[in-house]
Design a protein around this ligand. Sequence first.
Ligand code: ARG
Length: 447
Amino acid sequence: MAQKLWEKNVQVNADIDRFTVGKDREMDLYLAPYDILGSIAHITMLESIGLLTKNELDILTGELRNIYTIAEKGEFIIEDGIEDVHSQVELMLTRKLGDIGKKIHSGRSRNDQVLVDLKLFIRSEIKTLVELSDNLINALIRQSDTYKNILMPGYTHLQVAMPSSFGLWFGAYAESLVDDLTVMQAAYRICNRNPLGSAAGYGSSFPLNRTMTTRLLGFDSMDYNVVYAQMGRGKTERIVASAMGSIAATLSKLAFDACLFNSQNFGFIKLPDEYTTGSSIMPHKKNPDVFELTRAKCNKIQALPYQITLISNNLPSGYFRDLQIIKEVFLPAFDELKECLRMVTEMMSHMTVNTHILDDDKYKLIFSVEEVNRLTLSGVPFRDAYKQVGLSIEAGTFEPDKHVQHTHEGSIGNLCNDRISLLKQQVIDGFDFNKIETAEAALLGKS
Ligand code: ARG
């Protein structure tokens, strides 16, 4: 077994090693490129305070950039017996460069190293989630515009209620996602602060320049208090997971609507045959499995903040190995949510709608309020009009005028999709992803 960064003359028991490492090496592969970026920023700062020479910095930076290229190609591995991503990168440096590689860890602990890796990983994943949400919002708005004049029943208590439209239905989920992005932006702001320099959680006697690493890594500011920086482990993940849960909740609700409206008993929407799955026994089946799986996966994502809470609950301040376990539930969740966003975008873009739902008499009562309003406009007091229409329904003589005229903002006749799109753009522009791209490109010598 290779020697650990912390091993002196006694080698750790193999069972203890297996248990303490667990799935961590697998999880750390998510963090590899970010560990390297963090190291480049750290050594640049170390040179500026005299802990590395310019020549050492250049050699180390060159090699770290080579390792980054390996990670970018998906070829970075953590070798057998190597504890984690941090140890693997240091091993690759020392193997290639000898003693210079051993200088990289001055003024740093794996505790602030994993913190910075997580934050860099999270903000990059948030950027992708925002792009994918943007695509879905655009697809929903397109469908809303396409079907803006097609009426469908609106429901309360799952009882037919009032006229609604596909324009409203598609657009509602677009607007919901815009709000989810606002929640995500709050999470992003909390995440995008630099923990590097907090070391094991109590700082360092080296005169570390944290303002410099904050700028080099494109963070908005730093987690100032070094104790708080370490306390951010678990908290950041929980807050980001809540924001992911917000998007997931929108997708679950949409998925359930889609399953319901696709059922023969509703027959409101249609999916292309190739987007449905079949049954091994019932030859007629065209099941909306993508929506069903989306619903379950997104419900699972909504459990994530609670899982993180339970893993890290009641920990006092300071680092504990418990925090490592959060990675197992948190890191793969991004892949799942990204996949759901992609699939739902695909499904929603190819959905067609039934344009004649309201021809069926079973929906005629949704026009009752329209009738009450028409009578009210002609001078009958609202309560009398309500009673008059109610009695005609009871007597079975109600015959609806199916002409619907809703003009106020956000209603059937005035969807406000342009304003929803504008709001979306304002929220997305507020993320300011350019800043992180520029900073990371500079660290990699790509600018
Ligand atoms: N794998 C560890 C984690 O995710 C890295 C930090 C190790 N620090 C320590 N003091 N053992 O938390």
